[in-house]
Design a protein around this ligand. Structure first.
Ligand code: S3P
Length: 450
């Protein structure tokens, strides 16, 4: 599903108040991992709450192409009959991962130590993203990979017939790279070790333990060191996918900036490696309350209540917090534009290689909406105009990036003039019910022809 269908211009205008309960979809990161580990276990894994966005559906198809039986039983209810570690069969055709960096990188890791050959591609956004960060460590196992210039897709990966275990320090803060190495390590003998300087999301480690693998995380002077013992027999699991904090961010931030709003977003996973945005919003003075805090399936969960917060202040977002909120900078920059003073966001170089160059996409779109933004290679600053102060009246380019599209639509809900995005179709990759959910809260979003 590389094309997201035809481009769909969308426009949001002054809305609200936003009120009610927003049930956001399942976590994207956890949904990919549930399908992949389910496919590598022996027997049937049952999944509830799976995100049925295009990214995850592409991963489901890829698991079927590699030999697993993947069945949808009802909305969000799936089963995966796995083939066991090392049991993937060679796919008959090219694997198209659509828009999903997580999908393609984790699947490359999962097949890299099985002696099969697979060719991967994706949409224009994914074909422009660097894969060398994953194939570099995979070649240490004995895997071969040949792609286009700059390590871009399409790319053919030849799995190692006689893999070696690997000890690797990730050069960038990336859960995808860490996860690809760990998944490859499953079919290697002995211990595979991956060390990261800053802790990134740990869903792969948690889920591997749940499936019965031996995974030990230690804090060393080099950073977080994760050791996996190869050749486990993964036992099928029942997985209830928590709701996605990165999707919750959109109704939460909309409520903070649209006058009179009061929105409840229940059952949100608050794994500390994912929850940095909520800490940041509170530091800015957001009225954001965690209700009913509890543990579910080994993950902290709470209901989030967000109320209109007209007195938010710009802050310095600590660089070391970036990995725990890396997908939330686009929507944070919209909140920052509605706060008083400057919000400075350092240490975010990774944003340049997401579904789009997110620093550039936000800077260009926000400037068109009348907001002053400054950027360096690895940071950007937004000069807040105070509550309701953004002029708007522009069309932002979504650049095949779901989070850019949703961020500018939320910008339009609180701006003086409406804000459009040239193409809202990529929203379906992660949050297919976004438009309906926001409309039910009271948002004014319309589709228009280009
Ligand atoms: C993800 C990791 C992050 C994040 C992405 C999902 C994951 O990417 O931006 O949306 O599920 O592992 P990186 O690993 O490139 O930092």
């Amino acid at each position: 599903m590389s094309a997201h269908g035809p481009a769909q211009k969308m426009t949001a205008r002054a809305s609200g108040p936003l009120r009610g309960t927003a049930h956001v979809p399942g976590d994207k990161s956890i949904s990919h991992r549930a399908l992949i580990l389910g496919a590598m276990a022996v027997g049937e894994t049952r999944i509830t709450g799976l995100l049925e966005g295009e990214d995850v559906l592409d991963t489901a198809k890829a698991m079927a192409a590699l030999g697993a039986e993947v069945i949808q039983h009802g909305p969000g209810e799936w089963s995966v009959h796995g083939v066991g570690v090392g049991g993937f069969s060679e796919p008959e055709d090219v694997i198209d991962c659509g828009n999903s960096g997580t999908g393609v990188r984790l699947i490359m890791g999962a097949m890299a130590t099985t002696p099969i050959t697979a060719t991967f591609t994706g949409d224009a956004s994914l074909r422009s993203r660097p894969m060398g960060r994953v194939t570099d460590p995979l070649t240490l196992f004995g895997t071969q990979a040949v792609g286009r210039d700059g390590g871009r897709l399409p790319m053919t990966v030849v799995g190692a017939a006689d893999p070696l275990p690997v000890d690797y320090i990730t050069p960038m803060a990336s859960a995808q790279v860490k996860s690809a190495v760990l998944l490859a390590g499953l079919n290697a003998p002995g211990q595979t070790v991956v060390t990261e300087r800053a802790a990134t999301r740990d869903h792969t480690e948690r889920m591997l333990r749940g499936f019965g693998a031996e995974v030990v995380t230690e804090q060393t002077e080099d950073g977080y060191r994760v050791t996996l013992t190869g050749h486990p027999e993964l036992k099928p699991q029942n997985i209830a996918v928590p709701r996605d904090p990165s999707s919750a961010a959109f109704p939460v931030c909309a409520a903070l900036i649209v006058p009179g709003s009061d929105v409840l977003v229940p059952n949100i996973g608050l794994n500390p490696t994912r929850a940095g945005l909520f800490t940041t919003l509170r530091e800015m003075g957001a009225e954001l309350i965690f209700e009913n805090e509890r543990e579910e399936g080994g993950e902290p969960v709470a209901d989030l209540r967000a109320r209109y917060s007209p007195n938010m202040k710009g802050i310095e977002v600590p660089a070391e917090r970036a990995p725990s909120m890396i997908d939330e900078y686009p929507i944070l920059s919209i909140v920052a534009a509605n706060a008083d003073g400057v919000t400075h966001m350092p240490g975010v170089h990774e944003l340049r290689v997401k579904e789009s160059d997110r620093i550039d996409a936000m800077a260009v779109g926000l400037r068109a909406c009348g907001v002053t933004v400054e950027e360096t290679e690895d940071s950007f600053s937004v000069e807040g105009l105070g509550a309701g102060g953004v002029p708007g009246g522009a069309t932002a380019a979504a650049r095949l990036d779901h989070r850019i599209a949703m961020s500018f639509l939320i910008c339009g809900m609180a701006a003086k003039n409406s804000v459009s995005v040239d193409d809202g179709s990529p929203i379906a990759t992660s949050f297919p019910i976004f438009e309906q959910l926001m409309a039910e809260l009271g948002a004014q979003i319309v589709r228009s022809n280009r």
